[in-house]
Design a protein around this ligand. Sequence first.
Ligand code: IMP
Length: 429
Amino acid sequence: MPRLVIEGTQWGDEGKGKITDFLAQTADVVVRFQGGNNAGHTINFNHEKYALKLVPSGIFNPRIKNVIANGVVVNPKALIEELEGLESRGITEYQLFISNRAQILMPYHIDLDAANEAVLGKSNIGTTKKGIGPCYMDKASRNGLRMGDLLNLDYLKERLETVLPIKNLELKSYGLKEYSFDELFELLISWKNKLEKHIIDTSILINEEIEKDKKILFEGAQGVMLCVEHGTYPYVTSSSPLACSVPLNTGIAPKYIDNVLGITKAYTTRVGEGPFATEINDDIASYIREKGHEYGTVTKRPRRIGWLDLVVLNHAKRTSGITSISLMLLDVLGGLNKIKICTKYQLNGKEIDYIPSNLLDYQNCIPVYEEFDGWKEDITSCKTFDELPINCQKYLNRIMEVTRLPISIISVGPDREQTIVMKDVWKND
Ligand code: IMP
């Protein structure tokens, strides 16, 4: 029963790209199930770097079926640019399927994202300004257009005629430029011409692959703490990257999810605003930022840095059923004298081991740390757990002890070969 979900357990940017790419080599189908081109991960393939945003990670292998499922918001312009970029670098033979139920991210969503952020002023979310929130809002308010609409021009026309007056009213209320029907319809037709061959009912495709017992990798974007349900609301994205959202966002039954791999950085980072209990702003933070290249793939913003927070990891485990951990960027911590792990918080004089839903409470949480001696050895060519320095092993063992989760993969460098596999993540225990 080889179906595996890859999920970020922190605030995104945990290194999902590397592991998805690593596991995609053995998958038959790779499915993106939420988010849009707010996500971005870098994949090193054939000694070249590729920044993928909407395109699933199996795109480099012509054998793999890549699916953009119904839970994704698709900016067709961004997708076409991404595909053209890949094609210009010789990636021309690929299998890509886009759900006819995926929402279309329109130019006005991008305008409205920026306008909302401006109105929020100091309280802004720090979005990627890619229009993600407004597009999901239109989905929920039933004013969205869907990729399948492109396949029937009469229906597309009817839908655009229905929703555009509403969107223009909204744009007007912000003092923004309104759109004419003709300019948007023309744009939609140009997108249809480029993408229609990829648009199908992907729920049918995925279920057929399940019937054939194929290996399916569900690739989440962002991380649990950015989940609209279980994250640090309102400083979250507008979708849910949790494994439990996979069935809804792809059109499969919940019983088909076998394993959930929680991708966890050996420390924590966050971009955008919002509370971050273990954040540090000292020389160690700069050391980690530079060594770990902690700058946003999409926005290039420097990421905020903090120690590993096991309260967060346990929250991710509880809300989404993580079955094992892939620990990323462990090499970045090398060279530090002391390393800390947060195991609990103190709130109003009491110890707690959960994330308060109220952000004022969360802001007041003081991390309770355990301190470990660091290691000076270079671990980037270690091939097994036993080859890792003893202090490094102690750090890993403590993570497993507190979370009661096995570490199945350890990443000690950016390349595929710099990956210690402790357990086959496709297999159930
Ligand atoms: P949005 O998804 O653009 O609406 O942004 C909402 C929040 O999620 C902001 O704090 C973003 O910085 C954050 N965010 C969105 N996508 C990513 C990602 O791929 N990695 C890390 N943070 C993200």
